[in-house]
Design a protein around this ligand. Structure first.
Ligand SMILES: [Zn+2]
Ligand SMILES: [Zn+2]
Length: 274
């Protein structure tokens, strides 16, 4: 049966989880050692963000079943953009072109979440962290987790992405997403060189600035090329960057897990300043 192929993905999931948890925890500890904020204070801040893992996990796990079924279906029926390309059986098309296509779709997803107002109400939760650190990576409303997985299923259906390229994407995305939220910035030549192709902490921090037009720039997920291509790339000095959202300046509310969960259902979700 074609859908049984999905079992092959369950084992690498453990490796994914190991990378995810290991990278998150080691960077969190490293941030704590270099900053002048006490571990107690840092944990209090991070705890709110960590709570979002609890709400996202059931949605993520349930939707992953559908994602794998769709991926198995497109693989079995040779369906999707990648399968209609010449040399579609080659490693280059399957993995390289496949990864680049999925990363473009992820850029598109992020733009949609900012520009479609009902969706922005859920995505803005990620932007309401006033003290960006590595724990911000997991600050995602379960409503957004649902949207993100629905879109991912759509992207897999359109592209015909196989399990292999999905795993490659997931691994690289995990590393980029976590590192782009750390307080460790790159400097000089390394920032220029890596930032030409990949999303760095410097690039993603600009996206977390509290005011437009900076919030609506640097949408990239793994690759920064899409922002450069479509004119959404922007730079800002770290000394000028203020994390948060101009519509949600109440720091106390932005620290309360229960209150944050209600944000999408409260009016005043659009930028007032620009
Ligand atoms: Zn965003
Ligand atoms: Zn972010």
């Amino acid at each position: 049966m074609w859908f049984k192929e999905s079992y092959f993905v369950t084992h690498p999931t453990e490796v994914q989880l190991f990378i995810y948890a290991g990278l998150l925890m080691s960077l969190w500890l490293a941030e704590g050692f270099v900053s002048n904020v006490s571990f107690n204070k840092k944990w209090k801040h991070s705890f709110t963000n960590v709570m979002f893992i609890v709400t996202a996990l059931p949605v993520q796990l349930l939707m992953t079943i559908f994602l794998l079924l769709v991926s198995a279906w497109v693989m079995h029926h040779n369906w999707g953009l990648l399968n209609w390309l010449p040399f579609h059986h080659t490693f280059f098309v399957k993995y390289f072109i496949g990864f680049v296509l999925l990363d473009f779709f992820e850029y598109l997803y992020h733009v949609i979440m900012h520009k479609v107002k009902p969706l922005w109400k859920f995505h803005l939760i990620h932007h309401t962290d006033h003290q960006l650190d590595v724990s911000t990576t997991v600050r995602e409303h379960p409503g957004e987790t649902f949207c993100r997985m629905c879109f991912l299923i759509l992207w897999v259906f359109l592209s015909g992405a196989s399990f292999g390229v999905l795993l490659l994407r997931q691994t690289l995305q995990t590393i980029t997403n976590i590192t782009s939220h750390t307080q460790f910035r790159l400097t000089g030549a390394s920032e220029k060189l890596i930032g030409w192709v990949f999303i760095t902490p410097n690039i993603h921090h600009v996206h977390h600035h509290y005011q437009l037009p900076y919030t609506d720039c640097n949408y990239g997920d793994v690759l920064s090329i899409w922002d450069r291509l479509f004119g959404t790339f922007n730079k800002m000095e770290s000394s000028e960057t203020v994390f948060g959202l101009d519509t949600h300046m109440d720091e106390k509310a932005c620290k309360s897990f229960q209150q944050i969960l209600k944000f999408p259902f409260i009016k005043n979700n659009h930028h007032t300043l620009s």
